[in-house]
Write a new protein. Structure first.
Length: 163
C-alpha cells in the first residue's frame, strides 16, 4: 500500500494501491466518488520521486491542496486534499515510496524570486531620490473639464480657458 486518503467528514479510509490513480465519478476510475459535483474523470494522483502529486483533469469543480486551488501540485504527508468539495487527508511515508532526502523544491521556479513583482508586471519603481513620474492622462472621450464660476447675481459663468 502506498498510503491512504482519510475522509475528513467521516468514512472509511481509501487505500492507495497503485502508483498512478484516476479519481472520478465513472466506474472505470481507480477511485470512484459517486457525487454529482465530481467530474467523470476529475483528477489524477501519481507518485514522483517518492511523493504524491495531484493533477486536475480539467474538472468543473477543481481540486485544492490545503485550501488552495491547483492544477498540479505535490501533496506532502498530512496535507488536505479537496476533490470538488469533498475533503481528505493524504497519509503516506515518502521513505516507503522511495524518497531519498528532502522533498523536491515546490512548484515555483527559483528565478521567480529574483525579480520584483513590479518588474514582473512590466512596471518599475523610482530609483532612490528620483521623483516618481506622474501618470499621463488619457481622455478616452475627448471631454473638457471646467471649473464653474458663480457671480454675485447667481449667474453661472464658464471661464474661457479649460482647466
Amino acid at each position: 500500500m502506498n498510503g491512504e486518503l482519510i475522509p475528513l467528514g467521516g468514512g472509511d479510509p481509501i487505500p492507495l494501491l497503485k502508483k498512478q490513480l484516476l479519481i472520478g465519478r465513472r466506474e472505470s476510475c481507480d477511485i470512484v466518488l459517486r457525487f454529482a459535483n465530481v467530474s467523470a474523470h476529475h483528477c489524477q494522483l501519481f507518485i514522483n520521486g517518492g511523493y504524491w502529486y495531484i493533477r486536475d483533469m480539467q474538472s468543473r469543480n477543481g481540486v485544492k491542496v490545503n485550501g488552495i486551488r491547483v492544477q498540479e501540485k505535490r501533496i506532502d504527508p498530512g496535507d488536505s486534499l479537496s476533490v470538488a468539495k469533498h475533503r481528505y487527508e493524504l497519509q503516506y511515508s515518502p521513505a516507503d515510496l522511495g524518497a531519498v532526502g528532502p522533498p523536491p523544491a515546490d512548484d515555483l521556479p527559483a528565478e521567480i524570486m529574483t525579480e520584483s513583482l513590479l518588474s514582473r508586471a512590466g512596471l518599475r519603481s523610482s530609483a532612490p531620490g528620483e521623483q516618481p513620474k506622474k501618470a499621463q492622462r488619457t481622455d478616452k472621450y475627448n471631454t473638457k473639464r471646467y471649473d464653474v464660476l458663480d457671480d454675485s447675481a447667481g449667474q453661472i459663468k464658464l471661464p474661457d480657458d479649460p482647466v
